[in-house]
Design a protein around this ligand. Sequence first.
Ligand SMILES: [Mg+2]
Length: 284
Amino acid sequence: MKLTSAQKKAHDSAMKKKFKAAAFDIDGTLTDIRKFIMPGHLIKTLAHIPGHVPLAICTGRDIEHVQTRLQHICDAGPQTNEHRTRWFIFCENGGIGFFYDCRTQKYKKFFEIPWPNKKITQEAMQAFLKDRLGWHAVISIRTHSIIVHFPRPFYIFPRFINHVSKKTASRLTKIIDEMGLSKDFSVEDSGIGSVIIPRESGKGKAIKSWSEHLRIPIKDILVVGDQAQKGKNDAEFLSGDYGTSFTVGAQTPSVYPLPVLDSTGKKLWGPEGTQYLLEQIKFA
Ligand SMILES: [Mg+2]
């Protein structure tokens, strides 16, 4: 893959950097978007990162889903309290952040962006969207977000789901605009469904809160995702304003997110790219 001179400079400097924390999207980044499975060697690699620096999972999904995923990773690494206090979870596209509390052995909230009920309740928005989107849209209420996904058989065909997801996200954006709520909510396409979140929420903003919590410069955080294009759910996360970002999905015309390149200069995608990046990158 050919890099611009600005990208080459940013890439060289990122590969020399000693990162002080790392945050990862799940779907398409740690798992293959077609199979939803995390490769065994990547689980092992991830499990050892909190031995060096804090690690966060930053996703549109909810805490229950992430905890199950995280358990596989935690089980593959050391079970010490010191290690476990370096695990963080940011769910619902940055709507809620959790840290691991060793005393209670549970994840505890450390920030949240509430749904603005004064504008519209989640139930009212769900009912309205159900009416407009039709049978194929499954609309679920999460703690501080609304998720729009599709019936299970749709997920057998990755290209099809990607297409339906994109179309639905643009439809939702229009509907929310017609409702006069585009100043209050954003619609983000994850490639497998849409997440509707308050404007104050976002994966990038969660990384900013985290850098303040950890008291480390935001550029010293490595962030990796796969949906960086405009309107997608990693657009803010991977913009380069919130950490040093890499994508294992499609590139954008900007310098950030940087691509993951193998020794021959070939761009790597998905969990394979994340694994390769983690073998090359240095932690403080
Ligand atoms: Mg993703």
